[in-house]
Write a protein that binds this ligand. Structure first.
Ligand code: V47
Length: 384
């Protein structure tokens, strides 16, 4: 720091942990990482792998919490959202998925634009700010269908924010629309698309791509489509599906690749680590994640993704109790009311499929954080 005769020229306020935690991190061999975090120096991939090797989750969580509070103070976000899964028919055959049905297989469904209109009308009596809509890659759906389902939502709720279509679906639409990438996104925006969710990335690593989801777009294409939607003026989120065959180094590769794209576009609003649920999937022999592993992924991502404002602990996948604890281990958001999740419930999730606003506020309040209702773009709407 430059100094003058009168002392330091500028006082930069560096947040630190109390001496007890500082000593504990040093004892764990994480002293250098602690120093980097306190001085705002970006962590390397090697640092990330070392964080994953740390078994002292209290210490890791305290460090992640330092960053979390620097970015978001005591606030913990939630929103009023409705999920719609417009089709479960999918030709991608991802081994981790229990939700999909092959074209022609029993149990497949497609919601018509009228069905979607009715689904939204069903909640006429409830205040909502977001519809989160995704589906499988159903080769029989023409491009006009996607425009029609967006318009169906906006017919019922013209001002609601529609967060829809992962990069996997966007890739399919670009292929079938024959309009080219930019014009495809422009047509979707015109029909009512406001932002994109972060699914479909799984793990941004070629080995995992080949083993688990080889028929779906891979890491390079997922990232380049994110770049495209950001350049077209849409914001999005990013997920990571963990707890299957991926290694800690592969999770870190995923985060580093997201961080690089975020440096370039600034278009990601939040990162959401998704805990793998194995039931009814081809990977049903795997045990599923533990609460400790869930917390570790929240903490490591908070520390690695220095250019992401928000880390979301999606209560549907982590469970309400683990989401609560996450708010002290790096997360600042627990997602929303959801109103009927299906994807992980087909894969054995035992969490509720929806929560009321009162329940979300109660969960957050119990942790000592301040519940803040946000819109999809993280603008605060109400503090409780
Ligand atoms: O892309 C599929 C994952 C994702 C399983 O953007 C599974 O704010 C666990 O992306 N076990 C869809 N996960 C959900 C998603 C999401 C959720 C919440 C918020 C946001 C957001 C996005 O679910 C899929 C896939 O990665 N998934 N099968 C399973 N068996």
């Amino acid at each position: 720091m430059p100094t003058t005769a009168a002392g330091p020229a500028t006082e930069t306020k560096t947040p630190t942990l109390p001496a007890y935690w500082e000593a504990r991190l040093h004892r764990l061999g994480l002293g250098q990482i602690y120093d980097k975090v306190c001085s705002g120096v970006r962590l390397s991939a090697e640092d990330g792998v070392r964080l994953y090797a740390c078994h002292d989750q209290n210490a890791l969580g305290a460090l992640a919490n330092l960053v979390r509070e620097q970015k978001n103070g005591n606030d913990a976000y939630f929103n009023r959202n409705l999920r719609i899964d417009y089709t479960n028919i999918c030709n991608k055959q991802c081994t981790f998925c229990a939700f999909d049905r092959l074209p022609g297989e029993a149990g497949g469904y497609v919601l018509t634009p009228e069905d979607i209109e009715a689904r939204v009308r069903q909640w006429d009596h409830v205040r909502l700010t977001e519809v989160h809509m995704v589906g499988g890659i159903n080769p029989r759906l023409p491009f006009g269908y996607y425009l029609d389902i967006l318009r169906a939502i906006k017919r019922v709720r013209p001002n609601i924010h529609v967060k829809a279509f992962t990069m996997v679906e966007i890739a399919q639409m670009i292929r079938i629309s024959k309009l080219g990438p930019e014009a495809t996104v422009a047509a979707l925006r015109e029909a009512g698309l406001d932002s994109c969710p972060g699914g479909g990335a799984e793990v941004l690593n070629e080995r995992v791509h080949k083993e688990l989801f080889r028929l779906k777009i891979g890491p390079d294409e997922w990232l380049s489509l994110q770049r495209l939607v950001h350049r077209c003026g849409l914001r999005s989120t990013a997920t990571m599906l963990y707890g299957h065959i991926e290694t800690p180094a592969e999770r870190i590769e995923h985060m580093v690749r997201l961080r690089e794209l975020q440096d370039e576009t600034g278009g990601f609003q939040a990162f959401i680590p998704l805990a793998f649920h194995p039931a009814n999937t081809e990977l049903s022999h795997l045990p599923g994640t533990t609460g400790l592993e869930d917390l570790r992924n929240i903490s490591v991502s908070r520390l690695m993704l220095d250019n992401f404002d928000h880390i979301k602990a999606y209560w549907i996948m982590l469970s309400p109790p683990v989401s609560q604890i996450s708010l002290w281990h790096g997360a600042d958001d627990i997602d929303g009311t959801v109103l009927e999740e299906t994807i992980v419930h087909e894969a054995g999730a035992t969490t509720p499929t929806a929560l009321t606003v009162e329940a979300l506020i109660g969960l957050i309040r119990e942790t000592g954080r301040t519940p803040v209702e946000r819109d999809t773009l993280y603008r605060p709407l109400q503090k409780f």
